[in-house]
Design a protein around this ligand. Structure first.
Ligand SMILES: [Zn+2]
Length: 309
């Protein structure tokens, strides 16, 4: 039996503040048909327009991942994307009534709780993975990212910050639904108090607070209760990477090694993978049946999501 695609059993909603815009936004995550993928829609704009969560719709990667079309955009999608991949959700139509996904608590855990509330529905179509066949790498200065062939999905990440509470941290592990939930999903985004004023002046992090981010002073964490993991910072970077890689349009089978990378580099890697179709193939996989390769179907033809009636 091969792995099958999944969507939600029923729609679920949440409300919250956008981390960068500071605006209150409502989010509704709807089930959607097999082979439609993850799509967003700005429910406050007319006409409503579907924005597929794929790399060809990325319009900005500064501080967060933003997708859009000429008429509207949605930013800070990466934590929700990571939760969707981590929960094994292939198809969903996500309505947001503003320019940003609500920050919730700055991690992916509240989204996993929403999916749990909705329940998952198995669909009749097999899940298609992108299996990496040749190493693909990208580097900018001392930051680098490489993906290599692997029978499952593994991530290793190293970060280094000139801050006593972060300094050097590294994480390495296989990403499954269980490990994502346990080790990655709860890790929150973080920011430095000394940079917060600058960001706010530039229209960013307006909604940033102790409720949705770890805020670091020169030698301390301001949040009550401190950190959720002693290496929460690198775990959050892994979360961002998982969310950004899901903009490939399918879960990936490969081993990723990241050094000091961020959204910009993540998207350059995604783009490079898609630009080199000989370096990967679509496969189906599951217990007993290893790969049934079949050649690339142009993604634009596969995605034909419609708005719910
Ligand atoms: Zn993040």
């Amino acid at each position: 039996m091969v792995d099958l695609q999944h969507t939600l059993e029923r729609a679920v909603s949440a409300a919250g503040i956008g981390l960068h815009t500071g605006e209150r936004v409502y989010l509704k995550i709807n089930p959607s048909p097999a082979n439609t993928g993850i799509c967003f829609v700005r429910s406050d704009l007319r006409p409503e327009e579907v924005i597929p969560a794929r790399s060809d719709y990325i319009i900005d990667t500064n501080f967060a991942t933003t997708i859009g079309t000429k008429t509207g955009s949605i930013s800070t999608i990466e934590h929700l994307m990571a939760a969707l991949l981590g929960a094994g959700i292939d198809n969903a139509l996500i309505e947001v009534n503003g320019p940003e996904v609500p920050a919730m608590d700055g991690s992916a855990a509240p989204f996993l709780s929403l999916f749990q509330k909705a329940g998952l529905k198995t669909q009749a179509e097999p899940r298609r993975y992108i299996e990496i066949l040749e190493p693909i790498s990208i580097a900018r200065g001392d930051r680098s990212l490489v993906i290599e062939p692997c029978k499952n999905f593994r991530v290793s990440f190293e970060i280094e910050f000139e801050h006593p509470l972060i300094a050097r941290q590294s994480f390495s592990g296989k990403i499954t639904q269980q490990t994502f939930k346990r080790h990655i999903s709860k890790a929150r985004t973080f920011g430095f108090l000394r940079e917060l004023e600058f960001l706010k002046k530039n229209g960013l992090a307006r909604g940033g607070s102790l409720q949705n981010a770890i805020v670091l002073g020169d030698n301390s964490v301001f949040n009550d209760g401190g950190l959720r993991f002693s290496d929460e910072f690198v775990r959050h970077k892994v979360l961002d990477l998982i969310g950004d890689l899901y903009l490939l349009g399918a879960p990936v089978l490969g081993k990723v090694r990241a050094i000091k990378s961020g959204h910009g580099l993540h998207h350059l890697l995604v783009q490079k993978i898609l630009d080199h179709p000989c370096a990967w193939q679509f496969v189906e996989q599951g217990e007993g049946t290893w790969r049934v390769p079949y050649w690339l179907v142009p993604q634009k033809d596969v995605i034909s999501a419609g708005l719910p009636a």
